[in-house]
Write a protein that binds this ligand. Sequence first.
Ligand SMILES: Nc1ncnc2c1ncn2[C@@H]1O[C@H](COP(=O)(O)OP(=O)(O)OP(=O)(O)O)[C@@H](O)[C@H]1O
Length: 232
Amino acid sequence: MNAALEVQALNKGFTLHLQGGIGFQVLRGEALTVMPGECVALTGPSGAGKSTLMRCLQGNYGADAGRIMVAHRGGLADLAAADARLVREIRRETLGYVSQFLRVIPRVSARDVVAEPLIDRGMDPEAAREHATTLLTRLNLPPRLHGLPPATFSGGEQQRVNLARGFAPDYPILLLDEPTASLDAGNREVVIGLIHEAKARGAALVGIFHDIEVRDRVADRLHEILPVEDAA
Ligand SMILES: Nc1ncnc2c1ncn2[C@@H]1O[C@H](COP(=O)(O)OP(=O)(O)OP(=O)(O)O)[C@@H](O)[C@H]1O
């Protein structure tokens, strides 16, 4: 079986322009392979670079060196070298991302926020909204909120809209950044169920889970990110 995602010799550093252009390295020679149906949890001390790696995997941060190969459209694409158009295409078709916080779009209802990535992938808008409603209901978002823009929702309600949006399309690769951070026990169970279902259909998942119980129940493997001075 071929990997869904393969990070090879990835380097990423930052330059602090407000401090005289000092540069520092966060990731050095990072390597990670994720197979279809597998969930890998990123671990490591605070500040080691877990979120930085996630942002690189999402195509949000460029890499200084190395490759991020994703199985895309029957071939392989290097996200680290992809231009903006290819990054958009990979995000639409192949790679989903659930962040801790919802990027609220003014005046767009929760239902439409969730339906949007399905419509972008070619699903009939009515069917997409129906699927969105099913997922929002499964995540216990009260029906009275489905038609409202999430701007005024609570943290946990916004996170559930975000989760529904991320899990709505069957992305082959799914990145999860603290997917249960603001959730109560019942909704945490729903998310654990969604993750197990995604794995069962062959999705490759990479997540940051500060909730150890959730992590132990969903992750097949831990991948530790060490601070660069320790790793050297
Ligand atoms: N855009 C940026 N500009 C400058 N420095 C950054 C940037 N993003 C991250 N860093 C730095 O890179 C290092 C790694 O940060 P990162 O957020 O990846 O760590 P983390 O392992 O996710 O930590 P935590 O577990 O606390 O969330 C930190 O020292 C952070 O200050």
